[in-house]
Design a protein around this ligand. Structure first.
Ligand code: GLU
Length: 425
């Protein structure tokens, strides 16, 4: 099943549970607009043409919102699926925004800094007609970051000839970014985890395995370590570091910065001494091993479709926090539910990013900036209110949190569509 088929299945389940007609369901599973471009740029020193996309899925509840990813798998169907999930995510969190996603299909690890800047500027120029503070507001996603947002803002503003900082979020503070945006995805997930564990009163849940050590994974590891959780495993595409007695995420962050990979923390590079693998009691395992190690909480924080019908049975965690978008296939979801594993779904678990993007957009529009504690307490409230509501819905209908999230999110989008008369005729 392709990513868009998977998301459509979730939406369709929710449209029938919401009592919508087949026609209404078809409208809700079809993007409102798809924009494509070919970017003529240089990559690894060669002139190339890169496919670029912006899928605007639904704006019934507010302007389109969603990140831009730079990845070799960022093809149209994947971007479309991610755009649909953004619409549901914003509705679940009850923020007044719609859903969109963008992508440029290439391997960003092959690009120099100069080439990345050229690709970023070229994308923002190609999409300048469809972006705008009241229309469609992009943000970072996989392999895009505040520097890339800065280049895109600059290229867009030069093209339209006016200052418009709220046209993009995830900017650095110096260009109108928000305090707390850099750690927001992980922070939102951690608030959710705390809410869930408080509600379920289970103090014995302590060990954590995290797949992915980018913005979301590394920040989650540090935040949970500070809170007293034991981080037993972290991974990236180089391998998994596993230590049953616990890893130090700060040391691994330094190791990854110096060597380019988490495994590099324990491998000597250019004759520089590595950290002592035996002293720290660390084992280096293959990248996917992280998903099936013994732990209480598993956090996929990298790419989609990593837990499938092939490995779902081997998952040992009792709780999964989806910091990545779409990490579990529907078949794997069914296996996990049967095994009694609780999944805190992406459209809630990783929503901290877009919630603080929304706060950034509000601050840009008001020209008035909030302190970190204001951002964090508002984020905590948003996540906690959404979770409490989904918990009630899941209990009332005897369904998973994912089904409850889609029921609520799709229901809110459908209500906005009805009120606008978008289902008429
Ligand atoms: N890319 C993030 C997500 O998938 C953030 C989107 C945003 O801030 O607009 O939710």
């Amino acid at each position: 099943m392709t990513p868009i088929e998977q998301i459509k299945q979730h939406i369709e389940k929710a449209t029938s549970a919401n009592g919508l007609t087949e026609n209404e369901s078809a409208v809700l599973t079809t993007p409102f607009a798809v924009h494509q471009a070919e970017l003529s740029v240089s990559l690894s020193g060669e002139s190339v043409s890169l496919p670029a996309y912006r899928v605007q899925f639904n704006n019934a509840r507010g302007p389109y919102k969603g990140g831009i990813r730079f990845h070799q798998d960022a093809h149209l169907h994947e971007v479309e699926a991610l755009a649909a999930a953004m619409a549901v995510k914003c509705a679940v969190l009850d923020i007044p925004l719609g859903g969109a996603k963008g992508g440029v299909q290439f391997n960003p690890k092959m690009a120099s800094k100069v080439e990345l800047e050229q690709i970023s500027r070229s994308y923002a120029e190609a999409m300048s007609d469809v972006f705008g503070v009241d229309h469609d507001i992009p943000a970072p996603d996989v392999y895009t970051n505040p520097q890339i947002m800065s280049w895109m803002l600059d290229a867009y503003e030069k093209k339209v000839g006016r200052s418009e900082p709220g046209m993009i979020t995830g900017k650095p503070l110096a260009l109108g970014g928000s305090h707390g945006r850099d750690t927001a995805t992980a922070q939102g997930g951690v608030y959710l985890l705390q809410e869930y564990l408080t509600l379920h009163g289970d103090g014995s849940v302590n060990t954590v395995a995290i797949q992915g050590f980018g913005n979301a994974g590394a920040n989650a590891a540090k935040l949970l370590h500070e809170l007293g959780f034991t981080i037993v495993a972290v991974s990236d595409s180089s391998g998994t570091l596993y230590a049953p007695q616990g890893l130090d995420p700060y040391a691994i962050e330094r190791g990854k910065k110096d060597t380019g990979s988490v495994a590099g923390t324990y491998q000597s590079v250019d004759g520089d001494a590595a950290r002592g693998i035996e002293q720290d009691g660390v084992e280096i395992l293959p990248p996917d091993a992280v998903l099936t190690l013994s732990c209480d909480i598993l956090i996929p924080a990298a790419l989609d479709n990593v837990i499938t019908d092939k490995n779902a049975n081997a998952v040992q965690a009792s709780l999964i926090l989806e910091l990545a978008n779409n990490p579990i296939t529907p078949e794997a979801d069914r296996i996990l539910t049967q095994k009694g594993v609780t999944v805190l779904p992406d459209v809630l678990a990783n929503a901290g990013g877009v919630v603080v993007s929304y706060f950034e957009w509000v601050q840009n529009r008001q020209h008035h900036y909030w302190e970190l504690f204001e951002v964090q307490s508002r984020l905590k409230d948003k996540i906690s209110n959404a979770f409490v509501h989904l918990h009630d819905v899941a209990r009332e209908h005897q369904m998973t949190y994912r089904d409850a999230a889609y029921l609520v999110g799709v229901g809110r989008i459908a209500e906005a569509m009805h009120l606008r008369g978008c289902f008429d005729g």
